[in-house]
Design a binder for this molecule. Structure first.
Ligand code: PEP
Ligand code: MG
Length: 573
């Protein structure tokens, strides 16, 4: 059978399904009869033994390939056998007649509360481990098998309702053959990460969790957005062949990665990179790009129990700045909310999180967290070429208010005698249509702008970028998008200020060609898109692209635009 979804990260893979549902137990106080103490102590001991065996198996498997990760699981075993907690759990069963799982839950909770208050950060960090071990014990109690994307046993096709960015950010890249989810579109964050990891992904495939079963072999064609089940030998052979062809084509394209991006008529275009961490793999692009056009710093807040400290952030930012030397690194302040939730911060439940307390609005609501990030950024600025920009700025008030916080932070650093660069540029992301419309005004006050086309499309077309049932209305090729961005580029050019694009339109050759035709000279993208964009740049002239753009802004529909671009640019794709 064949199923269809959105092809958001190209590639072809065949393998067994791994249905992924994060484990979220609902526990209630449960008591045992007073004459059942011994039997329940035994149940607790058995449970602990099963957890020990799981931990040892993971530890042994990781010891060779990833000894650092293996150490974490050795530490978890120590927690499991911690004398103080063990004694409390036994007491709770013995004297309070708590059921084993309730005794575990309450005892761990107590220790988590105590450790969370510790002054020493290293002790506080143990809280995450305690939570992890508790969750393992409770999961085993409910006889739910282990499901974890960071320690997979074999190569699999991950199928999930949705993947949080924190799931994708921590997954074991070497074992994920492909990703299939029920919701999400090309600009949801799991799609963006899948592309940067070069993992084939089909998102928005409705009912995927019920259509597929664990270990069932499927073929994922993430070039066409298709998933096949019950494939016969002929189909398997056909897709093995297609996969080979795809890999040859991708390897061929990679040759463009290191060329200098100059058009045939000699115009140098800046090709920058979008990153989400300071990991070595992310920084590989430093060898072939002109800087970091977007550092999605919120990713450093994800998948952790405590907010990153100022010092930790300084280290991370310095690492990226050092890797890029004199080239700019544009740090986007934390863009939390929408589809990006945090373990270490309780966010309000909202009907429309993409229209709610997100990004800069959330920073304003938590000035201490915002200021910690800005202080860290400025402290790191001494080693490189830092630019700072704010996400989801909707008005001049927003921008002025954010700049006022920057001034406060600089004053504090001056008072503390801490050095920082005086050349840090302060800019805005153009993601909210109101800001795009007043680009001529904002260009007078901002040092630069970067167009976040993912959100600009979402907010201009009034379509939730995560919702597959309206994905047809999310039209990146809408002529209005190009008219709007054209106005932004002209406005910043008029003030002699730089404008760039860091949304997915910058990494798609079809849309990037129009943006260059409109005057854009800086494109930032996930590393996987660099080769195809450089191939485009080195095969066109600016007058050609200007003609293309002039036509596009006067076409009537997104479909006409896309068809026209595919035809005109066929030779450079
Ligand atoms: C955008 O909205 O285009 C953007 C680059 O930011 P993000 O995708 O992280 O929302
Ligand atoms: Mg955005």
């Amino acid at each position: 059978m064949t199923f269809t979804g959105n092809p958001v990260s190209p590639g072809i893979a065949t393998g067994p399904v791994f249905l992924y549902t994060p484990f979220k137990p609902q526990l209630e106080e449960t008591l045992i009869p007073s004459d059942a103490v011994e039997e329940n102590i035994k149940k607790y001991e058995d449970l602990r033994e099963k957890a020990r065996l799981e931990l040892e198996a993971i530890h042994d498997k990781l010891e060779q390939d990833d000894p650092e990760k293996a150490k974490i699981f050795a530490a978890h075993k120590d927690i499991l056998f911690d004398d103080a907690m063990d004694e409390e759990i036994r007491d709770a069963i013995n004297y309070d007649y708590f059921s084993p799982e309730w005794a575990i839950q309450t005892t761990y909770e107590k220790f988590i509360r105590i450790l969370s208050k510790a002054k020493d950060e290293i002790i506080r960090e143990r809280v995450a481990d305690l939570r992890d071990v508790r969750s393992r014990l409770i999961r085993i109690w409910f006889e739910v098998p282990e499901k974890n994307l960071s320690a997979l046993e074999k190569p699999v096709v991950v199928v999930a309702h949705d993947l949080f960015p924190s799931d994708t950010a921590t997954l074991d890249r070497s074992k994920v053959l492909a990703i299939v989810t029920e919701i999400g579109g090309p600009t949801s964050h799991s799609a963006i990460i899948a592309r940067s990891y070069e993992i084939p992904a089909v998102l928005g495939l409705s009912d995927a969790m019920t259509l597929f079963a664990d270990d069932q072999v499927v073929i994922v064609d993430a070039c066409e957005g298709k998933v096949f089940t019950e494939a016969d030998d002929a189909l398997l052979a056909e897709y093995a062949q297609k996969r080979e062809e795809y890999l040859v084509k991708a390897a061929d394209l990679k040759k463009f990665r290191d060329v200098e991006p100059i058009t045939k008529d000699g115009v140098r275009i800046k090709v920058e990179q979008n990153i989400g961490s300071a990991d070595a793999m992310e920084l590989e692009g430093a060898t072939c790009t002109d800087g970091v056009g977007l550092f999605r710093t919120e990713f450093i807040y994800m998948g952790r129990e405590q907010l990153p400290t100022e010092d930790e952030q300084v280290e991370i930012y310095k690492k990226v700045l050092n890797a890029f030397g004199e080239r700019p690194m544009i740090l986007r302040t934390m863009d939390i909310g929408g589809d990006k939730v945090l373990d270490c911060m309780e966010l309000p439940k909202e009907e429309n999180p993409f229209l709610g307390l997100r990004a800069l609005r959330l920073s304003f609501a938590h000035p201490e967290i915002f200021k910690t990030q800005l202080r860290a950024a400025f402290r790191a600025s001494v080693v490189g070429n830092l630019w700072i920009m704010f996400p989801m700025v909707g008005s001049m008030d927003d921008f002025r208010r954010a700049k006022a916080v920057v001034e406060e932070v600089k004053k504090e650093l001056d008072e503390a005698g801490l050095p920082y660069s005086k050349d840090v540029k302060i800019g805005v992301m153009i993601e909210v249509p109101t800001l795009a419309v007043i680009a001529d005004l904002i260009a007078k006050e901002a040092d630069f702008c970067s167009v976040g086309t993912n959100d600009l499309t979402q907010y201009s077309t009034a379509v939730d970028r995560m919702n597959p049932s309206v994905s047809g209305y999310y039209q990146t090729f809408h002529p209005a998008m190009f008219r709007l961005i054209g106005h932004v580029i002209r406005s910043f050019d008029a003030e002699g200020k730089s404008s760039g694009v860091c949304g997915e339109m910058g990494g798609n050759p079809l849309t990037a060609a129009v943006l260059m035709g409109l005057g854009m000279r800086t494109l930032s993208m996930g590393i996987a898109s660099v080769p195809s964009i450089k191939k485009l740049i080195t095969n066109v002239t600016i007058p050609e692209l200007e003609k293309l753009a002039a036509t596009v802004v006067n076409l009537n529909t997104a479909a006409e635009v896309e068809e026209y671009l595919k035809k005109e640019l066929a030779h450079v794709l």
